[in-house]
Design a protein around this ligand. Structure first.
Ligand code: SF4
Length: 737
């Protein structure tokens, strides 16, 4: 299609020095078409058999590509094979068509454009309410047929204001009317129709259903045509909106409609200073870019004819050839490249990258990017060359991977999938299998979380058919390096922030940066604890310091409890000898009662210090939980023993009382005890009498599993000292004396 409304400004086919090419911003796939193509390609990628009800879009190149991927266009529901998914294209269908598919039990994917769906609803409502539907559009167009099918029997279709006039003359003026337009109807013509409806009909509802994308495209085309000497409209011959764009442009300048760049051949560019390019809603960006590039080449190779230029590009292309390409267009599913020949180079998204996370080519390819590619397939009839970047990368990568296998180099890989046996990673385009045993630092760990992650690995074995890698080896080397650094820098007293890795009965293993050290249970708290979990939990971050080092066997003893928290220090400053305070009885023994002064420190009130009266049995005078007032008599910091007295706070009994014989015996016994002062002792964390048996010592392992480093000799727990036993000895001594 080439209108000749405006002759060339310069005769003789000569191009002016400066030729401007302007591409309309609105050119190309609209939302509805893009959505339909995307839905269809998603089905194809998922391995579904696809049948589209009519060609999915009005563009032969795209249809060809979809066919190559397995999508078949059928003309009616009866042609859809039962194992296929039927795709309803963006135009939509009448309810009867959908009903036929449903009756046959065919799976349906509805790609009807949401804008068209909206018109369907208006039509359905209008029919339900008994109104007449006036539908502006092309009666033969599938979209119009689909809309008319929603309101059968009450719909009038017209393609111009003139036709509408005839219809309005024949219908009852007062009857309620609903008017809608095909989404791609000409904006100006619709405005005329609306004026007429408003003038003639007294009871009408008019819906502005022309798609905004269409309106914008037509408006921009009109503006473009006013400032261009030539407008090239790209789009399929069957595309209604492309035809409208052509008519809009042709109203103001010379316009040409082409389906692809090959049809540019023979166009006279003589005297053309400004070329406008626009495209219909079904035109892929690759086709637009191809036309733009060809026009640009033609202009810049000024003296050459278009035929000569095409001849220049007739270089042979064959499968397996390595070529350089420049990206000229990127759409959702493919990338169009210029490989310097007459062919259109197409790289399908899956041939650009094997990353399943990439959903659109626009995420990974950029216009004007130069890439090395391998020719996969040549179709001289269509002028299309299928290319692969992935295969090119694999070719280059194979050399690097083979070298890395020989030299033991660490490579970067991207994990693409996991299976029962291990992981598959892409390393420089080469598929590398990582067995499960080599996927993590330790055998048996979950490796599936590494999918879609970048990893470092070593190539253990390379062959063009099978390449094996190991992540574990890299992790082990990293771990060794960390450990070496640690042992070079560690010293007694140095502080670390670590993570509690595991707990045992005798202590906690703490990771202090690649090396595990042991905090013995006695180093966790100043108080007696029965298990490390009373102080720390696995996963806790704690500050520790190095207490002892065994450099030879690589074992680290750590300390956790801090000097400033030492209750004996607090006792020193806050409890001077002679101080009086109230404290609870925490245990009872034969020789006295232990009273809790501070957490971790108990003092002994010897049986003789309970009262001035003779106490036969401690339990007769006191019980656990009693709050008693005591006086601090003495502290032996070396032996950690504290003597307390209740008696010292009680008034002395009167001595001049006449005594009975019995009283005298008791008094003399008390006197004797008072004279010979017992050695009153207390010990940190004394146990009640019944608990004074030492706990069976836990067997400490010679070495920690999982490469943890335990100190060879850990300090013994406090259970070794049985306070009650020593105190009892003291009592016996006293009795003897
Ligand atoms: Fe939908 Fe508008 Fe595209 Fe038609 S032109 S498919 S209505 S977006």
């Amino acid at each position: 299609m080439d209108n000749k409304q405006r002759p060339p400004k310069e005769k003789g086919g000569e191009l002016p020095n400066e030729v401007r090419i302007e591409l309309a911003k609105t050119a190309g796939f609209c939302f509805g078409v893009d959505r339909a193509v995307r839905m269809t390609t998603d089905l194809l990628r998922a391995g579904k058999k696809v049948a589209t009800l009519g060609p999915l879009i009005h563009n032969p190149q795209v249809i060809r590509l979809l066919e190559e991927q397995g999508a078949k266009a059928v003309s009616c529901p009866a042609e859809v094979e039962l194992d296929s998914v039927a795709v309803i294209r963006s135009h939509g269908v009448a309810p009867q068509v959908r009903g036929e598919l449903e009756q046959r039990g065919v799976e349906i994917v509805d790609a009807t454009c949401p804008y068209v769906q909206k018109i369907h609803k208006i039509a359905q409502n209008s029919a339900r309410e008994g109104k007449i539907l006036l539908l502006a559009g092309d009666a033969g167009h599938p979209e119009v047929q689909g809309i008319a099918g929603q309101a059968p029997g009450v719909t009038f279709i017209f393609s111009s204001a003139e036709e509408l006039g005839d219809i309005l003359e024949g219908i009852e003026q007062a009857r309620p009317i609903v008017a809608v337009a095909q989404t791609t109807f000409a904006v100006d013509e619709w405005a005329e129709c609306v004026r007429l409806i408003k003038k003639v009909c007294t009871n009408s509802e008019v819906f502005d259903t022309i798609c905004k994308a269409t309106q914008a495209r037509q408006k921009e085309t009109e503006e473009l045509s006013r400032r261009s000497d030539l407008v090239i409209v790209i789009g399929g011959n069957g595309s209604s909106n492309t035809r409208k764009l052509y008519h809009v442009a042709a109203a103001h300048t010379r316009a040409v409609q082409v389906e692809d760049a090959v049809q540019l051949k023979g166009i006279d560019l003589g005297g053309v200073c400004a070329i406008g390019i626009t495209a219909g809603a079904s035109t892929p960006s690759s086709a637009i870019e191809e036309v733009r590039t060809t026009m640009s080449d033609q202009i810049h190779e000024g003296e050459k004819s278009f035929e000569e230029m095409l001849d220049d590009s007739m270089k042979p292309v064959y499968a397996g050839q390595v070529v350089k390409g420049v990206v000229v267009a990127v759409s959702t599913n493919d990338i169009t490249v210029d490989i310097g020949t007459k062919h259109t180079g197409i790289v399908k998204l899956e041939e650009w990258t094997d990353d399943p996370a990439v959903r659109s080519a626009e995420e990974v390819a950029k216009r004007d990017e130069e890439v090395d590619l391998v020719v996969v397939k040549v179709n001289d009839q269509d002028g299309i060359v299928q290319l692969s970047k992935r295969q090119m990368e694999a070719k280059k990568g194979a050399i690097e991977v083979e070298k890395a296998a020989e030299e033991g180099t660490v490579m970067d890989g991207y994990v693409t999938e996991s299976n029962k046996g291990g992981l598959v990673a892409n390393v420089k385009g080469v598929k590398v299998f990582i067995p499960a045993s080599q996927a993590t630092a330790r055998r048996g760990e979950d490796y599936t979380a590494l999918v879609r992650q970048h990893v470092k690995l070593k190539i253990k074995e390379y062959s063009p058919r099978r390449t094996i890698g190991s992540i574990r080896e890299v992790l082990a080397e990293e771990q060794n390096a960390v450990r070496e650094k640690f042992w070079n820098e560690v010293e007694v007293g140095k502080k670390y922030i670590g993570t509690v890795k595991s707990l045992t009965n005798y202590g906690a293993f703490v990771d202090i940066g690649g090396v595990d050290g042991l905090v013995h249970i006695s180093e966790l708290s100043w108080s007696r604890i029965k298990h490390p979990s009373e102080v720390v939990q696995v996963g806790d971050t704690i500050e520790v310091y190095v207490k002892d080092l065994d450099m030879e066997n690589h074992k680290v003893s750590l300390g956790y409890k801090k000097q400033e928290d030492n209750p004996w220090e607090k006792l020193k400053t806050e409890y001077p000898i002679g101080s009086v305070f109230t404290a609870p009885v925490v245990s009872i023994t034969q020789f006295g009662a232990f009273v809790r002064i501070l957490p971790g420190i108990d003092g002994l009130v010897h049986i003789s210090e309970i009262s001035h009266e003779r106490v036969e049995k401690v339990a007769d005078a006191l019980k656990v939980g009693d709050e008693v007032e005591v006086k601090l008599l003495d502290v032996d910091f070396d032996r950690k023993r504290i003597s307390l007295s209740m008696k010292a706070l009680l008034p002395e009994p009167e001595k001049d009382q006449p005594r009975t014989g019995e009283d005298e015996v008791v008094a003399s016994a008390s006197e004797e005890e008072t004279t010979v002062a017992p050695e009153i002792t207390a010990e940190m964390e004394a146990e009640p009498e019944e608990e004074q048996q030492p706990a069976p010592a836990e067997e400490e392992p010679a070495g920690e599993p999982d490469e943890a480093q335990a100190p060879e000799e850990a300090p013994q727990p406090v259970e070794d000292e049985v306070p009650g036993a020593e105190a009892e000895e003291g009592t016996e001594e006293e009795t003897e004396s």
